[in-house]
Design a protein around this ligand. Structure first.
Ligand SMILES: Cc1ncc(COP(=O)(O)O)c(C=O)c1O
Length: 386
């Protein structure tokens, strides 16, 4: 066994990615230029959506969607606790109230039955998160949305390239967001994208991205007093992405299928290597979907192991594995506790949190590194067996 440190995730930047960025740096537009549209068009085509809006990051994308969905003071939005805080923070940005619905114990995704229990007359939207890249039960979630007239905003920060019943994630619900942070499937440094099939939502999103300003004369409220005229019609933000980032994103998008194939190969190797190891529960895969494997989450079967998750986590770190935990339930964070959320809210999520460890998975990993991870994990688990 080597001692090389292997992180849990990492980008893969190649020479042509670098060249595409340099080209923009030498051009007239560093921002608000043609690369943004190009990235949006290619992305919309890739996921099979009508429209795509490139934006500063995945969090800004979620905020813009909550705005476009009309979330405001007093509105409730249902999401999962097993996610990055951004999936719930975006509701607070708009003055809404996050409502956490528990997860399913097999997929770790939000449970449609638990969503329905949480729906009230204040509920306006649902934010399902495709945790690890495995699609949520979108048919069930969208039929609840139809029944109760709710907007669905899919958080697909983990799910670029994932498919649900043969359809790519990104073309199914009202709006879907993606993130291009370096550990994600493709990167633009920081960056995000929203896809939608609704022209109305699309127009709201692009206005929100630039201060709430429109330059579309058909949409003006007042009479223009000259050719310079434009209008700020609502309070938006500067959530623009640059051409520099968009060039990198577009170059990476062209490699997305190759990256995805490699992620799936590595996940298959892990599934095979760990399937009969006592003490490990490998990720469950739904028949109707194909995960994009953003992360590989091992569940520890603590009844068969000595010590708890912390001991095993530390032993894995001691073996130079950049293991991580995705995620601390959002409402465990002090900020949420101060808002009045209490532990005990989602028992399945809380139980899972005690047992999970994310091990390294990224497309640039060599076969030797994958073997190293398998060996080191097996050694730690064997040493911890009861
Ligand atoms: C599930 C989920 N949602 C949203 C985000 C936010 O994306 P970004 O970091 O691009 O703002 C992340 C990023 O880690 C995420 O994992």
């Amino acid at each position: 066994m080597s001692n090389e440190f292997i992180p849990y995730g990492s980008q893969w930047i190649e020479d042509d990615d670098i060249e595409s960025v340099v080209e923009v740096l030498k051009s007239d537009y560093l921002t608000t230029g043609p690369k943004i549209n190009e990235f949006e068009e290619k992305f919309a085509e890739y996921v099979g959506a009508e429209y795509a809006v490139a934006i500063a990051n995945g969090t800004a994308a979620l905020h813009a969607c909550c705005h476009a969905a009309g979330i405001g003071e007093g509105d409730e939005v249902i999401t999962t606790p097993i996610t990055f805080a951004a999936s719930a923070n975006c509701i607070l940005y708009q003055g809404g109230t996050p409502v956490f619905a528990d997860i399913k114990s097999d997929t770790y995704n939000i449970d449609p039955a638990k969503i329905e229990e949480k729906i009230t007359d204040k509920t306006k939207a649902i934010i399902p998160v495709h945790f690890t890249g495995q699609p949520c039960d979108m048919d069930e979630i969208n039929s609840l949305a139809d029944k109760y007239k709710l907007t669905v905003i899919e958080d697909a920060a983990h799910a670029l390239g994932a498919t649900y019943k043969g359809k790519k994630i990104g073309c199914i619900s009202d709006m879907t967001i993606f993130s291009f942070h370096p550990v994600k499937h493709i990167t633009s440094g920081e960056g995000g994208m929203i896809t939608t099939n609704s022209k109305e939502l699309y127009e709201k999103l692009i206005k929100f991205r630039t201060h709430g300003i429109t330059k579309d004369s058909d949409k003006y409220t007042n009479e223009p007093d000259g050719p310079w005229y434009h209008e700020q019609q609502e309070l938006g933000y500067n959530y623009r992405i640059t051409d520099i980032q968009s060039a990198l994103g577009a170059s990476q998008l062209a490699k997305s299928d190759r990256f995805l194939k490699r992620r799936r190969e590595i996940a298959d190797r892990y599934n095979e290597a760990f399937k009969d190891i006592k003490g490990i529960i490998t990720p469950y895969q739904k028949e109707d979907s194909n995960s994009s494997w953003h992360i590989y989450v091992l569940q520890l079967d603590l009844d068969k192991l000595n010590g708890g998750r912390k001991d095993i986590f530390e032993a894995l770190r001691d073996k130079s594995l950049g293991v991580n935990v995705h995620y601390i339930p959002v409402y465990y964070h002090p900020y949420y506790q101060e808002l009045g959320y209490e532990k005990g809210l989602c028992s399945v999520a809380e139980r899972l949190y005690e047992r999970i460890v994310t091990i390294p998975l990224y497309p640039k990993m060599s076969d030797e590194q994958v073997d190293e991870v398998i060996e080191r994990v097996k050694t730690v688990i064997t040493d911890s067996k009861r």
